[in-house]
Design a protein around this ligand. Structure first.
Ligand code: SF4
Length: 352
């Protein structure tokens, strides 16, 4: 289940860390009367009452900091805005906070202004009220109905984590069960046998699109886990449009691969190995990687941005970055859509 990200913003030494610690009931952030003690955002996963549920509390650095490290701290704090579901703002009358509240409002991110008289319980109740009440969007959207059998193709190669199934696949399996569908999991090697269940849909890992497409009837609906995730987390139509820029890439063009988290890439990494290799077959482009919060401020030098599936990030991060790319006039797509495009499959796959 996706965790609600609750970020705490305020001027340096305004008591954000003390407040986060009070809500957690334990010391999560370093508290010191010395201004600017929190340099990087500190995150704490926690289960919260009043219907909030699983959440991540994010304690940010002061954004008015004028010290040597100030600009970098400010940049990192602003990056947190892109990952925020609800913001708690301390000392809202401060000029920097007023401008932050305006930024949050423009980004459609709800904010709660912390008052000195707020108790932890009272503040949590106000956070619960501020939570965006979105209609639940199914990952599989309108692609399935109750009773449908769905074949899931999940390669268990060197890239698959040992002893477990990756998050997007777990999410889809759980959702299909919740929707009264009958998931049938297989690998590319056992796909032919799995098709005997007469599925209504095949969902595949996008790395084996071509292989799976060749093995199934041409009229059997096909999609990928990353396309489902793209549709749930971001504006999938924008990603499909953005993928059109792949056809126009010229030698020397800069392409940004944007990863939502930092992770240790392996030899089969989609963003660092597979997509760059496919891109270079088309044109001699320069591929650059931005991991975690290192998403560049200036996107204008890029001919294309390809974002990861954002499996551990929330939808605001993807929407925030998509908006930033569109404002800069740079096409943006994501791994799933880009892989479908690069494999000539974009017209074949179903998008919810
Ligand atoms: S899809 Fe993005 S968020 Fe998920 S592991 Fe890969 S880089 Fe991290």
């Amino acid at each position: 289940m996706e965790r609600i990200h609750i970020a705490f913003f305020g001027p340096t030494n305004s008591g954000k860390s003390t407040l986060v610690n009070a809500l957690c009931g334990q010391e999560v952030s370093l508290v010191s009367p010395q201004p600017g003690t929190t340099t990087d955002p500190v995150r704490k996963a926690i289960e919260l009452p009043y219907g909030i549920g699983p959440a991540v509390l994010v304690d940010t650095a002061g954004i008015d900091d004028a010290s040597v490290l100030g600009p970098e701290r400010k940049r990192r704090t602003e990056a947190v805005i892109g990952q925020t579901d609800v913001a708690v703002v301390l000392q809202a009358k401060d000029a920097a906070m007023k401008s932050l509240l305006e930024t949050l409002r423009e980004a459609g991110i709800p904010s709660v202004v912390y008052e000195k008289e707020d108790t932890p319980d009272g503040l949590l109740q106000r956070i619960a009220q501020a939570l965006p009440r979105e209609e639940k969007r199914f990952l599989t959207g309108n692609l399935v109905k109750p009773g449908d059998k769905v074949v899931l193709v999940m390669p268990q190669d060197s890239e698959a984590p040992k002893g477990r199934i990756i998050l997007p696949q777990v999410q889809v399996i759980r959702e299909l069960l919740d929707r009264g569908c009958i998931p049938c999991c297989c690998t590319p090697e056992t796909l032919r046998k799995a098709l005997e269940c007469s599925p209504a849909l095949v969902i595949t890992d996008s790395q084996v699109f071509r292989q799976v497409n060749a093995a199934i009837p041409a009229d059997l609906p096909l999609t990928s886990f990353s396309i489902l995730l793209a549709a749930q987390k971001g504006d999938v139509r924008t990603f499909v449009e953005g993928a059109g820029a792949i056809d126009k890439l010229q030698p020397g063009d800069r392409v940004l691969i944007a990863e939502a988290c930092t992770h240790v890439p392996d030899t089969e990494d989609i963003g660092r190995i597979k997509i760059p290799a496919l891109l270079r077959k088309l044109a001699d482009v320069r591929v650059e990687i931005a991991a975690g919060n290192d998403f560049p401020d200036d996107l204008t030098p890029y001919a294309l941005i390809i974002h990861c599936g954002a499996c551990v990030a929330n939808k605001f991060l993807v929407r925030f970055r998509t908006g930033k790319a569109l404002l800069a006039g740079v096409p943006i797509t994501n791994y799933g859509i880009a892989l479908a495009k690069l494999q000539g499959m974009l017209d074949r796959v179903r998008i919810p």
